[in-house]
Ligand binder design. Structure first.
Ligand code: ADP
Length: 346
């Protein structure tokens, strides 16, 4: 295999070749020149010609070196180009090695640039999400706050409001205050998930009594609605406070988005929340667990679209996932399976 010479090897070898060549040519010229022409002038001319040839040869050879330098220069100027497609060939080891090192440095720079670009894109996305979040929060809080302000202003300005109406307004103020309180706790919970602060406190748990408790509380808000709790629940390993949030969200959604009875079914360690409500279109099934997603963007009654995103995070912490089976205008089934805590059954 051809091994490129070093710069000094290259220069010395070229000079030796030149000296040998010119000496031979001139020796032959002197040898074949008749005696009468071999004057001092002849030798002077010969000497100058040899000097000239030598200079031309050196100049010619240095052009090679400048070509090598130009290649390196070109490579630096086109630093963003791809250096793997067309490997450059060099005449001398030094230039080949400079080139190799430069390519290495350029690759590193490129990689760092790519990482920087990715990082910047991530920050941009985070900032956009933060802005979206702030505007969603502002929207969410605006309605209950406006209601509280409106009712309280009416109550303070008008002394003649009948007692019955006064009670009604006060109840509205109280309900809207509660709504704000719930929004805040959801936000704080979401923030704990986002920052990775939320920890699991696993205990042996029977979700059936917990579901009865949640259903009872919800029935205060959703009067005339029924939550049927069916099946046999296995003991599972889960965080009670977080499971309460999961069940409350799923059951409340089922109540919110349907008019008929809502069923919670326990089959061993799988829990299903079933409704016969508006259902979710195929297009939206994949989106409903995304934060701030709501099918009806303008319905502020529906809170922030954080509920299912929180449910998904909680189930992920429990090594589980939320399965959604839904058909528009037919209803939905939200289900998940938890790790069993064997032996006992309730
Ligand atoms: P929200 O608090 O707005 O209900 P969620 O994250 O709980 O937010 O739900 C996101 C969206 O998923 C809702 O706006 C609704 O469109 C849809 N959704 C959730 N549960 C149901 C359900 N049981 N039936 C139909 N649609 C639902």
């Amino acid at each position: 295999m051809y091994q490129a010479p070093t710069l000094s090897e290259y220069v010395v070898s070229r000079l030796i070749t030149l000296v040998i060549l010119t000496t031979t040519i001139f020796a032959l010229i002197v040898y074949f020149t008749p005696d009468e022409y071999r004057t001092t002038f002849f030798y002077v001319v010969l000497f100058f010609v040899s000097q000239l040839i030598f200079l031309i040869a050196v100049r010619y050879r240095t052009q090679y070196l400048s070509k090598e330098l130009k290649k390196v220069e070109h490579m630096i100027i086109n630093a963003s180009g791809n250096h793997e497609d067309k490997p450059l060939e060099f005449f001398t080891i030094e230039f080949a090695s400079i080139h190799k090192k430069l390519v290495g440095i350029l690759k590193k720079i490129k990689k760092r640039e790519q990482e920087k670009r990715k990082y910047n894109a991530k920050i941009k996305l985070k900032n956009r999400q933060r802005t979206d979040m702030l505007s969603a929060i502002a929207h969410e809080f605006r309605n209950p706050i406006a209601a509280i302000l409106g009712y309280s202003q009416t109550l303070t300005e008008d002394d003649e409001i009948p007692k019955e109406l006064q009670d009604k307004f006060l109840k509205k103020i109280y309900n809207n205050g509660e709504k704000i309180e719930e929004l805040l706790s959801r936000l704080l919970l979401w923030n704990r998930f986002e920052s990775g602060e939320q920890k699991l406190h696993l205990t042996q748990l029977n979700l059936k009594p917990l579901t009865h408790e949640i259903a009872l509380n919800l029935q205060e808000k959703y009067k005339n609605r029924h939550v049927a709790i069916e099946g046999v629940a296995s003991l599972v390993k889960a965080d009670k406070a977080l499971m309460e949030i999961v069940l409350k969200n799923l059951i409340e959604n089922a109540l919110k988005y349907s008019d008929e009875v809502v069923r919670v079914q326990f089959v061993d360690n799988t829990i299903k929340v079933i409704d016969e409500g508006i259902g979710i279109s195929e297009e939206n099934i994949g989106k409903v667990t995304k934060k701030f997603f709501r099918t009806d963007e303008h319905s502020w009654e529906n809170s922030m679209g954080l509920g299912l995103a929180i449910v998904k995070q909680i189930l992920k912490l429990h090594n589980s996932s939320l399965e959604i089976d839904s058909e528009e205008n037919k209803g939905s089934v939200f289900s998940f399976t938890l790790e069993p805590q064997p032996l006992e059954r309730h």
